[in-house]
Design a protein around this ligand. Structure first.
Ligand SMILES: CC(C)(COP(=O)(O)OP(=O)(O)OC[C@H]1O[C@@H](n2cnc3c(N)ncnc32)[C@H](O)[C@@H]1OP(=O)(O)O)[C@@H](O)C(=O)NCCC(=O)NCCS
Length: 173
Protein backbone atom coordinates (compact mmCIF):
# COMPACT_ATOMS: atom_id res chain seq x y z
CA UNK A 1 0.00 0.00 0.00
CA UNK A 2 1.34 3.46 -0.86
CA UNK A 3 2.21 5.72 2.03
CA UNK A 4 0.19 8.92 2.44
CA UNK A 5 2.99 11.37 3.11
CA UNK A 6 1.48 14.61 1.84
CA UNK A 7 -1.57 16.50 3.04
CA UNK A 8 -3.16 19.64 1.59
CA UNK A 9 -5.51 22.05 3.29
CA UNK A 10 -6.91 25.35 1.98
CA UNK A 11 -8.69 27.91 4.13
CA UNK A 12 -10.21 31.35 3.55
CA UNK A 13 -8.90 33.86 6.09
CA UNK A 14 -11.96 35.23 7.86
CA UNK A 15 -12.38 38.34 10.07
CA UNK A 16 -12.46 36.24 13.28
CA UNK A 17 -8.77 35.37 12.59
CA UNK A 18 -7.67 39.04 12.58
CA UNK A 19 -5.29 40.85 14.91
CA UNK A 20 -5.69 44.51 15.95
CA UNK A 21 -4.12 45.65 12.65
CA UNK A 22 -6.71 43.72 10.63
CA UNK A 23 -4.27 41.10 9.32
CA UNK A 24 -4.25 37.42 10.25
CA UNK A 25 -3.18 36.89 13.86
CA UNK A 26 0.17 35.06 14.13
CA UNK A 27 -1.25 32.77 16.81
CA UNK A 28 -4.21 31.85 14.59
CA UNK A 29 -1.80 30.87 11.82
CA UNK A 30 0.35 28.84 14.24
CA UNK A 31 -2.75 26.91 15.30
CA UNK A 32 -3.59 26.12 11.67
CA UNK A 33 0.01 25.03 11.03
CA UNK A 34 -0.11 22.71 14.04
CA UNK A 35 -3.42 21.22 12.89
CA UNK A 36 -2.07 20.55 9.40
CA UNK A 37 1.11 18.97 10.80
CA UNK A 38 -1.01 16.87 13.19
CA UNK A 39 -3.33 15.63 10.43
CA UNK A 40 -0.39 14.81 8.13
CA UNK A 41 1.53 12.88 10.81
CA UNK A 42 -1.53 11.11 12.28
CA UNK A 43 -2.71 9.95 8.85
CA UNK A 44 0.78 8.75 7.96
CA UNK A 45 1.15 6.77 11.22
CA UNK A 46 -2.43 5.71 11.78
CA UNK A 47 -1.98 6.59 15.48
CA UNK A 48 -2.39 9.60 17.73
CA UNK A 49 0.57 12.00 17.52
CA UNK A 50 1.78 14.96 19.57
CA UNK A 51 3.81 18.01 18.70
CA UNK A 52 7.27 17.85 20.26
CA UNK A 53 8.66 20.99 18.67
CA UNK A 54 8.33 23.61 15.98
CA UNK A 55 11.44 25.18 14.49
CA UNK A 56 11.87 28.91 14.20
CA UNK A 57 9.03 30.49 12.19
CA UNK A 58 9.39 33.91 10.55
CA UNK A 59 6.43 35.85 9.23
CA UNK A 60 8.13 38.12 6.72
CA UNK A 61 4.91 39.72 5.42
CA UNK A 62 1.40 39.83 6.85
CA UNK A 63 -1.33 37.52 5.56
CA UNK A 64 -4.51 39.50 4.97
CA UNK A 65 -8.09 38.70 5.90
CA UNK A 66 -9.88 37.63 2.70
CA UNK A 67 -6.86 35.76 1.28
CA UNK A 68 -7.02 32.07 0.44
CA UNK A 69 -4.27 30.21 2.27
CA UNK A 70 -3.04 26.78 1.12
CA UNK A 71 -0.96 24.51 3.33
CA UNK A 72 1.11 21.62 2.02
CA UNK A 73 2.39 19.30 4.74
CA UNK A 74 4.82 16.48 4.01
CA UNK A 75 6.54 13.76 6.05
CA UNK A 76 10.19 14.55 5.32
CA UNK A 77 11.86 12.28 7.83
CA UNK A 78 11.00 9.40 10.16
CA UNK A 79 13.25 8.33 13.04
CA UNK A 80 11.88 5.56 15.24
CA UNK A 81 8.90 7.26 16.89
CA UNK A 82 9.48 10.84 15.74
CA UNK A 83 8.86 12.48 12.38
CA UNK A 84 9.70 15.78 10.74
CA UNK A 85 6.72 17.36 9.00
CA UNK A 86 7.53 20.24 6.67
CA UNK A 87 4.71 22.72 6.04
CA UNK A 88 4.72 25.21 3.17
CA UNK A 89 2.16 28.01 3.12
CA UNK A 90 1.10 29.81 -0.07
CA UNK A 91 -1.39 32.64 0.10
CA UNK A 92 -3.55 33.95 -2.75
CA UNK A 93 -5.23 37.31 -3.23
CA UNK A 94 -8.58 36.30 -4.73
CA UNK A 95 -9.07 39.56 -6.63
CA UNK A 96 -5.86 39.65 -8.66
CA UNK A 97 -4.97 35.90 -8.27
CA UNK A 98 -1.50 36.85 -7.05
CA UNK A 99 0.14 34.07 -5.04
CA UNK A 100 3.04 34.34 -2.65
CA UNK A 101 5.00 31.98 -0.45
CA UNK A 102 4.16 33.19 3.05
CA UNK A 103 6.07 30.84 5.32
CA UNK A 104 7.71 27.40 5.61
CA UNK A 105 8.36 25.59 8.85
CA UNK A 106 9.25 22.22 10.35
CA UNK A 107 7.45 20.34 13.10
CA UNK A 108 8.75 17.36 15.05
CA UNK A 109 5.85 15.08 15.90
CA UNK A 110 5.92 11.87 17.97
CA UNK A 111 3.63 8.87 17.42
CA UNK A 112 1.88 7.62 20.57
CA UNK A 113 0.18 4.30 21.41
CA UNK A 114 -3.13 3.87 23.31
CA UNK A 115 -1.27 4.37 26.60
CA UNK A 116 0.22 7.68 25.49
CA UNK A 117 3.72 6.20 25.10
CA UNK A 118 5.95 6.79 22.05
CA UNK A 119 5.40 4.05 19.48
CA UNK A 120 7.24 3.29 16.21
CA UNK A 121 6.13 5.20 13.13
CA UNK A 122 6.11 3.36 9.77
CA UNK A 123 9.58 3.54 8.14
CA UNK A 124 9.72 6.03 5.30
CA UNK A 125 9.77 4.72 1.73
CA UNK A 126 11.29 6.88 -0.99
CA UNK A 127 9.30 7.22 -4.22
CA UNK A 128 11.82 9.41 -6.02
CA UNK A 129 15.01 11.48 -5.80
CA UNK A 130 13.06 14.46 -4.41
CA UNK A 131 11.91 12.38 -1.39
CA UNK A 132 15.51 11.36 -0.75
CA UNK A 133 16.70 14.97 -0.88
CA UNK A 134 13.97 16.04 1.55
CA UNK A 135 15.01 13.22 3.89
CA UNK A 136 18.70 14.13 3.75
CA UNK A 137 17.97 17.80 4.43
CA UNK A 138 15.68 16.85 7.35
CA UNK A 139 18.38 14.62 8.82
CA UNK A 140 20.80 17.55 8.77
CA UNK A 141 18.19 19.74 10.48
CA UNK A 142 17.89 17.06 13.20
CA UNK A 143 21.61 17.40 13.83
CA UNK A 144 21.31 21.21 13.85
CA UNK A 145 18.51 20.96 16.47
CA UNK A 146 20.72 18.85 18.72
CA UNK A 147 23.61 21.27 18.25
CA UNK A 148 21.32 24.27 18.99
CA UNK A 149 20.12 22.59 22.21
CA UNK A 150 23.69 21.88 23.26
CA UNK A 151 24.83 25.46 22.49
CA UNK A 152 21.82 26.95 24.24
CA UNK A 153 22.68 24.98 27.39
CA UNK A 154 26.20 26.41 27.27
CA UNK A 155 24.99 29.98 26.63
CA UNK A 156 22.46 29.94 29.47
CA UNK A 157 24.59 27.95 31.94
CA UNK A 158 25.50 30.98 34.09
CA UNK A 159 22.02 32.55 34.19
CA UNK A 160 20.06 31.94 37.42
CA UNK A 161 16.71 30.32 36.70
CA UNK A 162 13.59 32.46 36.89
CA UNK A 163 11.73 32.07 40.17
CA UNK A 164 7.99 32.06 39.48
CA UNK A 165 7.19 32.42 43.20
CA UNK A 166 5.48 35.82 43.07
CA UNK A 167 5.38 36.12 46.88
CA UNK A 168 8.99 37.37 46.76
CA UNK A 169 7.98 40.34 44.63
CA UNK A 170 4.67 41.01 46.39
CA UNK A 171 4.31 44.47 47.79
CA UNK A 172 4.04 43.76 51.52
CA UNK A 173 3.52 47.38 52.58
C1 LIG B 1 6.71 13.94 22.89
C2 LIG B 1 6.88 13.09 24.14
C3 LIG B 1 5.82 11.97 24.14
C4 LIG B 1 8.28 12.46 24.08
O1 LIG B 1 8.46 11.78 25.29
P1 LIG B 1 9.90 11.19 25.70
O2 LIG B 1 9.79 10.62 27.03
O3 LIG B 1 10.95 12.24 25.45
O4 LIG B 1 10.02 10.02 24.68
P2 LIG B 1 11.31 9.41 24.03
O5 LIG B 1 12.55 9.67 24.83
O6 LIG B 1 10.97 7.96 23.71
O7 LIG B 1 11.46 10.23 22.66
C5 LIG B 1 10.51 10.09 21.65
C6 LIG B 1 11.09 10.65 20.38
O8 LIG B 1 11.24 12.05 20.55
C7 LIG B 1 12.61 12.43 20.31
N1 LIG B 1 12.92 13.48 21.27
C8 LIG B 1 12.61 13.53 22.58
N2 LIG B 1 13.06 14.68 23.12
C9 LIG B 1 13.63 15.38 22.11
C10 LIG B 1 14.23 16.66 22.02
N3 LIG B 1 14.33 17.46 23.07
N4 LIG B 1 14.68 17.06 20.80
C11 LIG B 1 14.56 16.29 19.72
N5 LIG B 1 14.01 15.05 19.74
C12 LIG B 1 13.55 14.61 20.92
C13 LIG B 1 13.42 11.19 20.59
O9 LIG B 1 14.65 11.24 19.91
C14 LIG B 1 12.49 10.13 20.06
O10 LIG B 1 12.59 10.06 18.64
P3 LIG B 1 12.99 8.69 17.86
O11 LIG B 1 12.16 7.60 18.47
O12 LIG B 1 12.61 8.95 16.44
O13 LIG B 1 14.44 8.50 18.07
C15 LIG B 1 6.75 13.93 25.46
O14 LIG B 1 7.83 14.84 25.51
C16 LIG B 1 5.45 14.68 25.52
O15 LIG B 1 4.41 14.11 25.82
N6 LIG B 1 5.49 16.00 25.26
C17 LIG B 1 4.26 16.81 25.27
C18 LIG B 1 3.66 16.84 23.88
C19 LIG B 1 2.48 17.78 23.83
O16 LIG B 1 1.63 17.73 24.68
N7 LIG B 1 2.46 18.67 22.84
C20 LIG B 1 1.48 19.70 22.77
C21 LIG B 1 2.02 20.91 23.47
S1 LIG B 1 0.85 21.67 24.53
Amino acid sequence: MSQEKTLYMTLLMSPDMANFAGNVHGGALLKMLDQVAYACAARYCGTYVVTLSLDQVSFKEPIKVGELVSFRAHVNYVGRTSMEIGVKVVTEDLRNKEKRHAVSCYFTMVALDENGKPTPAPPLKFNNEFDKKLYEAAKMRQEMRRETQRRNKEITAGIPSYNPDLSETDDDS
